[in-house]
Design a protein around this ligand. Structure first.
Ligand code: FDA
Length: 392
């Protein structure tokens, strides 16, 4: 296929943004992907509607060993910039909640937009192409592809993380990093449901399908969003968010009724009707099956009038400070993202280039920058793609 100024490996969110940007600068660009279609994760994202950004994006919504690394790229390509692009293409969108912007129609519109941007910029896209080898060459890099060798000055690795191997996710970026001596922060699944030991699962199973608004915390980090009981354990946005902070061996604290002062509420409920059973009273506040779990956890029964100080405290703890110790996560099979990745200490925060290896760039989810749930991860993909595309 010959020589290109820039070769991008991985036609996902970050890779396509990078390729289009470099092409717009007049660089000759080839983008390759081993999948048969580009942007597969964009297509399934946001339940098929792609939560393409979050208007509240700041570096505080990202996890990284160096939390300051993302600031530069995020400042230079903001949610407003991507929104302007989306609007230029006439893609209708709406804010669902908490600053999360979704397409009104389909995520495919975002993919088509990026494909159009690349086409207009003269980018060559090759799908179903795996990279067999990468070698440094006189002026850059030589790649062995199934159809023959390609050389380039700049090589951008945009192959994402390990999440959802069924969709073509690989550890390719980490292999390239190892080849060029670039350090990697150990990858682990993030934004992923938590799993429990058999005894706890047995207690949770009858609640499968129940959801409610909860605050889930780990140390000083807390998220108030939906919580969903499942056959495998706990899921829902609040659990996915905290999973990125949770470490094996630790417990998470769950407040099942974050809007209520339970001690005060119990006193008032007792004053209103002391003959009401504790279960029926709690079932007025929480879904009945959750109320059943709460009274079992608290070890209380009988009427509100019979509830002593100890019983009250036990209920308050079971509702407002329910401590659960996950045994693990559902892993890369269902994780929305991969935490860790290319160590940012090795990269320039301005353009994502490896400081010690000129012309080699890592962008997107492959890098040790991981966002919260809610459009932050795509905003990082766009911003890091843009930063590299302006330099490569
Ligand atoms: P991405 O994974 O998108 O792309 C990597 C590309 O590299 C893929 O096309 C892959 O085929 C290719 N590739 C991998 N290995 C290769 C190899 N060896 N050779 C060649 N090509 C290779 N985020 C968000 O902000 N809002 C949302 O709504 C959602 N929703 C969501 C739903 C689900 C189910 C998942 C799994 C994830 C999300 N995310 C999300 C996260 C978001 O999808 C993710 O952070 C970005 O897609 C990351 O973009 P990248 O371009 O870095 O990797």
């Amino acid at each position: 296929m010959g020589f290109f100024d820039v070769v991008v490996i991985g036609a996902g969110a970050a890779g396509m943004m990078c390729a289009a940007t470099a092409g717009q600068r007049g660089r000759s660009v080839l983008i390759v992907d081993h999948a048969e279609a580009p942007g597969k994760k964009i297509r399934i994202s946001g339940g098929g509607r792609c939560n393409f950004t979050n208007i509240h994006t700041s570096s505080q919504s990202f996890l990284s060993q160096n939390p300051k690394f993302a600031i530069s790229a995020l400042r230079r390509y903001r949610p407003a910039d991507f929104i302007a692009l989306v609007e230029r293409y006439g893609i209708a969108y709406h804010e669902k909640t908490l600053g999360q912007l979704f397409c009104d129609g389909s995520a495919q519109q975002v993919i088509d937009m990026l494909l159009d941007e690349m086409k207009a910029a003269g980018v060559r896209l090759e799908l179903g192409v795996g990279v067999e080898a990468i070698e440094p060459s006189a002026n850059g890099y030589a790649l062995r592809l199934p159809d023959g060798p390609v050389t380039c000055t700049s090589l951008v690795i945009a192959t994402g993380g390990k999440s959802i191997p069924k969709m073509g996710a690989t550890g390719f970026a980490y292999q390239v990093a190892a080849q060029f001596g670039v350090p990697v922060v150990e990858p682990r699944p993030g934004l992923v449901p938590l799993t429990f030991e058999p005894g706890m699962l047995e207690r949770l199973r009858p609640l499968a399908g129940v959801s409610l608004d909860a605050t889930v915390s780990h140390g000083k980090t807390a998220f108030q969003e939906g919580l969903l009981f499942t056959h495998r354990g706990l899921s829902g946005p609040s659990i996915l968010q905290i999973s990125s902070y949770w470490r094996e061996g630790n417990a998470v604290a769950i407040d099942l009724a974050p809007q209520a002062d339970i001690a005060q509420w119990l006193v008032e409920a007792r004053a209103r009707n002391g003959k009401q059973s504790v279960l029926n009273a709690i079932a007025e506040l929480l879904p009945r099956r959750v109320a059943e779990l709460v009274v079992a956890q608290a070890g209380v029964s009988g009427n509100l009038a019979d509830l002593g100080r100890k019983g009250m405290d036990a209920i308050v703890a079971a509702i407002s400070d329910w401590r659960v110790k996950p045994v693990g996560t559902e892993g890369y099979r269902t994780a929305e993202v991969t935490l860790g990745g290319i160590d940012t200490a090795a990269l320039s925060s301005t353009d994502m280039q490896v400081k010690a290896v000129p012309g080699l760039y890592f962008i997107g989810e492959a890098v040790d920058v991981t966002g919260w749930l809610g459009g932050y991860n795509f905003q990082w993909a766009w911003a890091s793609g843009k930063a590299s595309g302006l330099a490569a």
